[in-house]
Design a protein around this ligand. Structure first.
Ligand code: MF3
Ligand code: CO
Length: 259
């Protein structure tokens, strides 16, 4: 069931999203060679709490898992796609690409966003993967107009990344968000234009392309959470929470200084 939000509810999600965006922007300074993903997670959690929000993933049990997620963030490096677990043993190295995915609960309003950061100098082809994935997010958002369909968003993302020879990761989707962290509808990262749910005013969506340089297939690692590419190729991930307004999409998690 899709939950359409009132303007008051969208304002709550906007406040939530602004906290999250600020954290993701400020986190850039910490994503350096030598820091552990454990430390990044702690900085992010502390920042959210200081800004009056709560980390929404911590203690949340997503539909795909039997267990509650134990951390504020998911941190996924290189061939890892999503749901990577922060660890004291995982130290960032030059050339890594690091997706930090986080949810915020502000007074019961949920936002969800992710950024893939680059550590120092990154290989040219990997840099292009990151740039194309980010651009794909905006291509998808640009289709989030009332009267369009979810498949229009999916197709915009999928066709764009495939035109570079990259693969949208299979089986991982965006989703509705707002009163909960995961709501209907699913927002796939590839699809057929003109198909799927009608996009309506008051929809709030987490759009999140996950893109592999190689195989579109994902496998779950033995920790039960981390999704990685099957063939070990690098993957990137960017996510915004958006609201569909009468005159089009509004980004509720404005983490992007360049947008
Ligand atoms: N942003 C993630 C997603 O949409 C949410 C992860 S929930 C967690 O899949 F419990 F795994 F953290
Ligand atoms: Co999400």
């Amino acid at each position: 069931m899709i939950i359409l939000k009132s303007n008051e509810e969208i304002e709550g999600i906007r406040k939530s999203g602004y906290i999250l965006a600020r954290v993701l922007r400020e986190l850039a300074e910490y994503i350096k060679e030598g820091i552990t993903t454990w430390a990044i997670n702690k900085v992010a959690e502390d920042m959210v709490r200081k800004l009056g929000g709560k980390p929404a993933f911590k203690g949340y049990r997503p539909g795909f898992s039997a267990n509650k997620y134990p951390f504020a963030t998911c941190i996924s490096i290189n061939d890892e796609i999503v749901h990577g677990l922060p660890s004291k043993k995982r130290v960032l190295e030059e050339g890594d690409i690091v997706s930090v995915d986080m949810g915020v609960n502000y007074k019961g309003f949920y936002s969800d966003a992710a950024v893939t950061y680059m550590v120092g100098n990154v290989r040219e082809d990997v840099k292009r993967l990151v740039e194309v994935t980010k651009k794909a997010l905006y291509m998808g958002i640009a289709k989030a107009y009332p009267g369009n369909r979810i498949g229009d968003i999916s197709h915009a993302i999928g066709s764009f990344v495939k035109s570079y020879g990259f693969s949208p990761v299979r089986d991982y989707c965006g989703h509705g968000v707002g009163k909960r962290i995961h709501e209907d509808p699913a927002v796939p990262n590839d699809g057929v234009p003109g198909t799927g749910e009608m996009i309506r005013v008051g929809m709030t969506l987490a759009i999140e392309p996950m893109v592999s340089m190689g195989s579109p297939e994902a496998v779950t690692k033995s920790d039960g959470w981390t999704a990685a590419t099957k063939d070990g190729s690098y993957a990137a991930h960017f996510e915004h929470t958006i609201a569909v307004l009468e005159d089009g999409p509004e980004i509720l998690t404005p983490w992007d200084k360049d947008a």
